[in-house]
Design a binder for this molecule. Structure first.
Ligand code: NAP
Ligand code: GDP
Length: 322
C-alpha cells in the first residue's frame, strides 16, 4: 500500500537530506510532503490541524523543532522547553486524530543524563537530569518518548523516535547566534578567510569556542536520512533507537576545527577561547541496537563529509541560512 508521508521540519538540515534521498529512491511512488514553518506554525494547534487536513498523511516523520547549538540553548531554555512541548503535542495528537499509522520523531543524544555511565544506550533516556545548558530542549524531547508510549497504550499506534548524535551537512543553520558547532565554525572560518583581504591568511587566527577538548559523535545528514527512511519502513518498536556513528568515531571539537580548516585550505592559526563554555564534556552513545538490526549499513567518511559540507556552503552562500 502506498503511503502519504508528511515531513514536519522538512525545510531544515535533516528534512532537506531526506528530500535528497527520496528524490533518488522513491521507487514505489509514495507521496511525500516536506513542510516548513511557511506551511503552518506547529506551535499553533489550528495551523497544525490545517496542515494535516491538507496533506492527509498516513505516516509522519516529525522533525520540526526549535533547534540550536550550545550557546542558543544556554540563553533560551524557556523557549526551547515551551515551543518544543507545543509543537510535539500538536503534531502527535493531530497525527493520532488523523489515524496516522506511524510517526517517527526525533530526539537527540544531548537529552541523556549528564551524570551517567558510558556508553549511553536507549534504556537511559529518563535516568537523571540532562546537562544544565539545555534542560529545556531535553525535557521537551524526553516527553516525546513518554507520549509515544501513551499513544501506543491508547490504540496500539507505532509512534516511535530516533536518537541521532550531532548532525551536520548541506542546508544547515549557519546563523552564528543559533548554530551548532560545525555550521558555526564553517560560517566563521568563511568570514575570516574572506574579510580583511589586506591581512595575509597565515596571520589570521581562528578561534575555537571553549577548550576544544569535548568529545562528540557526528552523523552526516545524508546517512541519517537513509537510516530514518529505514526506520519508517522497517523499525516496528515504540522504544527509541540511537542513530549514531560508532563510539570509535568520536572526535574532539579541536579535531573538528582542524578538519574544517583542511576543507577550506585555511593557512592561519587555530586557538581555543577557553573563556567560552564547553557544554557537556561527552555524550558517547552506543549504536549496538542499530548495528544488530542493520549490520550492513556503511557510514560516510567524516573528513569527506566535512569537505562536502564546506563545498555546499561556499557554492550556496547566497541562499544559506545565516
Ligand atoms: P533545523 O535545520 O533547524 O530545521 C528545523 C525545521 O523545523 C525547519 O524546517 C523549520 O521550518 C521547522 N520549524 C521550526 N519551528 C517550527 C514551527 N513553529 N512550525 C513549523 N515548523 C517549524 O533542524 P534540524 O537540524 O534539521 O533538526 C531536525 C530534528 O533533528 C529536530 O527535531 C532536532 O531536534 C533533531 N536533532 C538535531 C540535531 C542537530 O545536530 N542538528 C541533533 C540531534 C537531533 P523553517 O525552515 O520554515 O523555519
Ligand atoms: P552540543 O553538542 O549540543 O553541545 O552543541 P554544539 O554543536 O553547539 O557543540 C558545542 C561544542 O562545540 C562546545 O564544546 C562548544 O564550546 C564548541 N564550539 C566551538 N566552536 C563553536 C562554535 O562556533 N559554535 C558552537 N555552537 N559551538 C562551538
Amino acid at each position: 500500500m502506498s503511503k502519504t508521508v508528511l515531513v514536519t521540519g522538512g525545510t531544515g538540515l535533516v528534512g532537506k537530506a531526506l528530500e535528497t534521498i527520496i528524490k533518488e529512491k522513491n521507487a514505489n511512488q509514495d507521496i511525500w510532503y516536506f513542510a516548513g514553518s511557511k506551511d503552518g506554525d506547529l506551535t499553533i494547534l489550528s495551523d497544525t490541524k490545517a496542515l494535516f487536513d491538507k496533506v492527509k498523511p498516513t505516516h509522519v516523520i516529525h522533525l520540526a523543532a526549535m533547534v540550536g547549538g550550545l550557546f542558543h540553548n544556554m540563553n533560551n531554555n524557556l523557549d526551547f522547553l515551551r515551543k518544543n512541548l507545543q509543537i510535539n503535542d500538536n503534531v502527535l495528537q493531530t497525527a493520532f486524530e488523523h489515524g496516522c499509522v506511524k510517526v517517527v520523531s526525533c530526539l537527540s543524544t544531548c537529552i541523556f543524563p549528564d551524570k551517567t555511565t558510558y556508553p549511553i544506550d536507549e534504556t537511559m533516556v529518563h535516568n537523571g537530569p540532562p546537562h544544565n545548558s539545555n534542560f529545556g530542549y531535553s525535557y521537551a524531547k524526553r516527553l516525546i518518548d513518554v507520549q509515544n508510549r501513551a499513544y501506543f497504550e491508547k490504540n496500539g499506534s507505532i509512534f516511535t523516535s530516533v536518537i541521532p548524535c550531532n548532525i551536520f551537512g548541506p542546508n544547515d543553520n549557519y546563523k552564528p547566534e543559533v548554530s551548532h558547532v560545525i555550521p558555526g565554525m564553517i560560517y566563521r572560518m568563511h568570514q575570516l578567510i574572506n574579510e580583511d583581504k589586506d591581512t595575509k591568511e597565515e596571520e589570521k587566527v581562528f578561534s575555537v569556542f571553549g577548550s576544544g577538548k569535548p568529545l562528540r559523535q557526528f552523523i552526516y545528514s545524508i546517512d541519517l536520512a537513509k537510516l530514518m527512511l529505514w526506520v519508517l519502513e522497517e523499525y516496528d518498536q515504540v522504544d527509541p533507537i540511537i542513530l549514531s556513528v560508532d563510539e570509535s568515531d568520536e572526535v574532539t571539537i579541536a579535531q573538528v576545527a582542524e578538519a574544517i580548516a583542511r576543507a577550506f585550505n585555511f593557512k592561519g592559526k587555530i586557538v581555543c577561547d577557553t573563556i567560552k563554555a564547553d557544554g557537556q564534556y561527552k555524550k558517547t552513545a552506543s549504536n549496538k541496537k542499530l548495528r544488530q538490526l542493520k549490520p550492513d549499513f556503511k557510514f560516510s567518511n567524516f573528513e569527506e563529509s566535512i569537505n562536502e559540507s564546506v563545498k555546499w556552503f561556499i557554492e550556496n552562500y547566497e541562499i544559506a541560512r545565516k
